[in-house]
Design a protein around this ligand. Structure first.
Ligand code: ZN
Length: 120
């Protein structure tokens, strides 16, 4: 058994993270088409609409990059949940405030370290 002192509903966090993971995977699957479309339509569309298409493809790639970052954060968090390390600051090993975890279950630093670090 873990000696976790804080009262965190780990199962709730885990199931929310799994849910979010599924959502992201679904979005990735459905947006795959919009990332492919430029290649397919290159010969058919004019220069301006092609630029539009490239722009929207770039935006779609950027969203995809963000989704990948979020997915890997979720994976890391799920691993921490499984290991019983969840809820502790990676830097100072103090408990992370529950409110902070509820706001973003994937945070890995307590508020003090995050503030010192300059990226919250
Ligand atoms: Zn800390």
């Amino acid at each position: 058994m873990s000696d976790q002192k804080i009262t965190i509903n780990l199962e709730k966090f885990a199931s929310e993270l799994e849910k979010r993971k599924t959502e992201i995977s679904d979005i990735r699957a459905s947006s795959q088409q919009s990332r492919d479309v430029v290649e397919l339509d290159q010969s058919k569309v004019g220069r301006l609409s092609r630029m539009d298409a490239l722009q929207s493809q770039a935006m779609s790639l950027e969203s995809e990059r963000r989704r990948q970052v979020e997915l890997s954060k979720i994976e890391t968090t799920l691993t921490r949940l499984q290991n019983g390390n969840y809820g502790y600051c990676l830097r100072c090993d103090e408990e992370i405030q529950l409110k902070r975890l509820e706001l973003d279950p994937t945070v890995t630093l307590c508020i003090d370290c995050a503030t010192k670090n300059g990226n919250d």
